[in-house]
Design a protein around this ligand. Structure first.
Ligand code: HEC
Length: 411
């Protein structure tokens, strides 16, 4: 019963988190687009504001932006902040739900560092808080004055963060924490900088004073940072479902750097394009593709490294899936899997906290194991994603036995 409650909690939290994130990122995209598409208009003095026209849902919108503030402010102001707060709060609870409450399965990999559950959670939360403080300092420093400089330092920081996390957490734990820190920067930018600055601007206006223009500029800097972080963050959030990305501790930081870079370059393309279609920087796609191709190669190298540790010959091309899919394993493989996997992957799992076979993958009969041959290759041989953090202490020799079965079947 308890495990069903955990599963439902996880489902509902994830639902909320995804919907809130869609609303937040949607508004971030919208306002970046709006800002870049603004054109001068005769009825707003030069340098004071601009306007853009849009058509949507059968009507026309004339959007006007006042760079500092209009003379008369409407009392009906829509604030855009709860999308960000809800995304961060639901994300944090989800992180705690999956990675802190069930850390033995998800966060702690004794082969990386044998942390206790409280230590692992404290390390995760502490890193998020410290990571925000350092990031905020960097943005306020001299470096923050140059947009390109800040982007370069940001990319370096993200790479170092991924490296740090990969030294203490499981691969998926490292990726989700890297993403969570980037998301904390984004939400922190809204909560600590953008919204407070907007409040100060409004307070000055109400007093009949001219607001300090640097407040608006600082808010704009952080909002642009958020915009560039959106695509990489979303990738980090789904990355933990793709063990190829964290097959090797050594390749994690570079893979993170490459996908972050590529995601930001794709955002750059759209930001320029929205300002002026004729100037669309098509080269950005070539650069982003090159970055992603490099990440792909690294992910391959990462798992090939795993193979050589096992003493297996490098495999240029996997054997045909069809042969493997129908391959019924010999008895010693069935026994091995029963001892290392079937306590979770069975019709009625006996592992504490597992209520149904995870992801519907059952490994309790020879036939069922045969059907999962390709998945077993991916999660046990090519990567060490299963058993999760090696909770059932599968040895390298045993992985070798499974690998040999898959090889033989292929021939
Ligand atoms: C302690 C419980 C446990 C043990 C033992 C275990 N698994 Fe899993 N397995 C899980 C969980 C939990 C998931 C779901 C992971 C997720 O949601 O990303 C999973 C997922 C999988 C998947 C599907 C992955 C996907 O993303 O589609 C495969 C295949 C798999 N396990 C194979 C194995 C094999 C083979 C073994 C034994 C060598 C094994 N597992 C041992 C808990 C376990």
């Amino acid at each position: 019963m308890e495990s069903f409650v955990w599963e439902w909690g996880s489902l509902l939290l994830r639902w909320l988190h995804i919907v809130a994130a869609m609303a937040w990122i949607g508004s971030s995209f919208f306002f970046m687009h709006l800002d870049t598409s603004l054109k001068r208009t005769p009825d707003i003095p030069v340098g004071e504001g601009a306007a853009a026209w849009q058509v949507h849902g059968g009507g026309f919108y004339e959007m006007r932006k006042y760079f500092v503030a209009p003379e008369h402010l409407s009392p009906d102001l829509t604030w855009h902040k709860w999308q960000a707060y809800t995304t961060w709060l639901s994300g944090f609870v989800l992180l705690a739900w999956i990675y802190y409450a069930q850390s033995r399965l998800t966060l702690i990999d004794p082969a990386v560092m044998d942390l206790s559950a409280p230590a692992a959670s404290a390390l995760g939360v502490g890193a998020l808080a410290l990571g925000w403080l350092i990031y905020d300092r960097i943005c306020r420093s001299k470096l923050g004055e140059s947009e390109t400089g800040l982007a370069a330092v940001g990319l370096l920081a993200i790479t170092l963060v991924a490296f740090g996390f990969s030294q203490v957490f499981s691969g998926r734990g490292a990726l989700i924490h890297t993403g969570a820190l980037m998301a904390t920067w984004m939400a922190g930018n809204v909560f600590f900088i953008i919204i407070p600055n907007q409040r100060k601007i409004i307070a000055a206006l109400l007093k009949g004073e001219r607001p300090d223009p640097s407040l608006g500029k600082q808010a704009k800097q952080r909002s642009a940072q958020n915009n560039y972080l959106t695509l990489p963050v979303v990738l980090m959030m789904i990355a933990n479902h793709y063990p190829m990305l964290f097959g090797s501790k050594a390749t994690i930081p570079l893979i993170v750097a490459l996908v972050t870079f590529s995601g930001a370059v794709i955002r750059f393309f759209y930001n320029v394009r929205h300002a002026d279609h004729a100037r669309s920087p098509w080269w950005a796609w070539a650069v982003a593709s090159a970055g992603l191709a490099a990440a792909f190669v690294l992910a391959l190298v990462g798992s090939a490294g795993g193979r050589s540790v096992l003493g297996l010959p490098p495999q240029a091309e996997g054997p045909p899936v069809t042969t493997l899919a129908a391959a019924t394993p010999p008895d010693h493989v069935v026994e091995l899997v029963a001892g290392r996997c079937a306590m979770c992957h069975a019709a009625e799992p006996v592992w504490d906290g597992i209520g149904v076979a995870p992801k519907g993958v059952r490994l309790d009969t020879a036939e069922a194991i045969g059907r999962q041959a390709e998945a077993i290759r991916l999660h046990v041989v090519l990567t060490h994603n299963m058993p999760p953090n090696n909770v059932t202490e599968m040895t390298d020799e045993e992985r070798g036995v499974i690998a040999a079965w898959l090889e033989n079947t292929a021939r």
